[in-house]
Design a protein around this ligand. Sequence first.
Ligand SMILES: [Zn+2]
Length: 300
Amino acid sequence: MKVKVALRILLERSVKKMGKGMNPIVKAAALEMIERAYNEGIYVQISAGYRSLEEQASLYGQGRVYIYNGKNYSNLAKPNVTNAKPGQSYHNFGLAIDFFIVSDDGKKAIWTVNSKWQRVAAIGKELGFIWGGDWSSFKDYPHLEMTGGLSYKQLQAGKKPYITSPKTSKGDGHIMSIQKTINSRYKTSIAVDGVYGPKTRSALIKGLQVELNKQFNKKLVADGKWGPKTKTAVITIKKGASCNITWILQAALYMKGFNPGTLDGEFGEKTEAALYKYQKASRISADKLAGKVTWNELFA
Ligand SMILES: [Zn+2]
């Protein structure tokens, strides 16, 4: 009988690889991701976390001639692995991790982007990460990051990210009140536990479907699933909007760690600012409009 790798081993190796200098919330979310995947029979490890500017310089130097701070980092013997110079990667701020799958016995690394890999990415996203596999320009499948809505330029300038994760915001009062509102408004019976999990996500989608039917005469089945019909039926809302759909947008943004201010269904300055930050962080067009692309990013 084959012995399966222990969760403790995966966590220990990952903590080591992430190194010191990780944002504590990002680190906690990474470990939570490993545990949740483990409970589903998927064994995953973190290969990288915090990376100093010098470490980034040696990585950037692979495959090219590169001098940084007077030191030669050129390494033409190795292939090009990154286009991020020192200070241009979220790894440099302890906000990003890279993962890979390990064999059941924990002895072999598996780098194939298969259904297990996709599932780990999905768990990561539930926990508030943005996945490099979703990027359109350059896909970085092992990469997960939390930006707190800041660009690396803002981080370089010393701005501090506001990071929340469903893991660390367990019992989050705002999420609990969102869950209560969903239950009473949309006749769902999700747990009021302050955690943004798949059931709360599905209930929010149901709410959106109900509102689209009621206010825009769409004939959607309110099943809480993000299917092609719902995807095309969504409407675009922007600053000035005042309706339950704005409330759903506010709730969804809050769940992703972007604070829209009071959840009052009024699309004002704060909601617009949160939307803009979210769009930036997700690398979708930052047009301040909650349209098809944004809704899909929030719920897909
Ligand atoms: Zn990475």
